[in-house]
Design a protein. Structure first.
Lengths: 102, 102
DNA sequence: TCCCATACCTAGACTCTCTAGGTATGGGAC
DNA sequence: GTCCCATACCTAGAGAGTCTAGGTATGGGA
């Protein structure tokens, strides 16, 4: 996902807690079906974000089977804000380089 | 450069032929000094684009020392147009996912 | 009872870019 | 005249990030 996976996950979690599968569906939906995250990318990324303190997780027993529900933390929101600014700067830079071509 | 290196190089060459060093300077300038491509990334990428038929090159003896001047080809312009559309789709998708967060 | 959708996980491969080194030329400083 | 630096090009190997391909487990419907 071109280096923006953490941004997409944190951005999605910013709208409310969710478990892995739901997160994939949320990104798919909110991207207008343009982005399809892979499980093999999402789970390791979530574990990394948790290790970094950007998200927290808890096991939910409510629905059938095991589910691990992730929520964004305060530090995660700060990191998200930073990443959003970085993304804005990067996309503006690309637009600038493309200029007339875009 | 987050997987957009080819796009940036072709987009810059779309504005006119240039040699490697000038291309790096052009991207730096047009991006508002936000993007600093590395030589070690740019030269291999240009070679790959040439092998793919997207750019052509010639050695220029005019100025002091050797310079390899690159120009975008017809196939390169088609590829650039495709990449620009892809980039637009991707950035729109990211905006969609970020939603209120952005 | 079987199968499938849901849900989670990991190892290894792959792609892309960067780091760090190298070569070469011409011009200005001393 | 020689040294040094800016310009200019190049490559090997490392590193980061993501994907592929496999695995496990549960619950519900056929």
């Amino acid at each position: 996902m071109n280096g923006q996976l953490d941004l997409l996950l944190l951005g999605s979690l910013g709208a409310g807690e969710a478990h892995g599968y739901a997160l994939i569906a949320r990104v798919h939906e909110r991207s207008g079906a343009r982005l399809e995250l892979q499980e093999g990318s999402v789970y390791p990324a979530l574990h990394k974000l948790e290790a970094a303190g950007c998200v927290s997780s808890r096991w939910a027993d409510d629905a059938g089977g095991r589910r691990r529900v992730y929520a964004i933390t305060g530090a995660g929101r700060a990191e998200l804000a930073r990443m959003v600014e970085e993304w804005k700067g990067f996309s503006a830079a690309v637009r600038g380089v493309l200029g007339a071509a875009s």
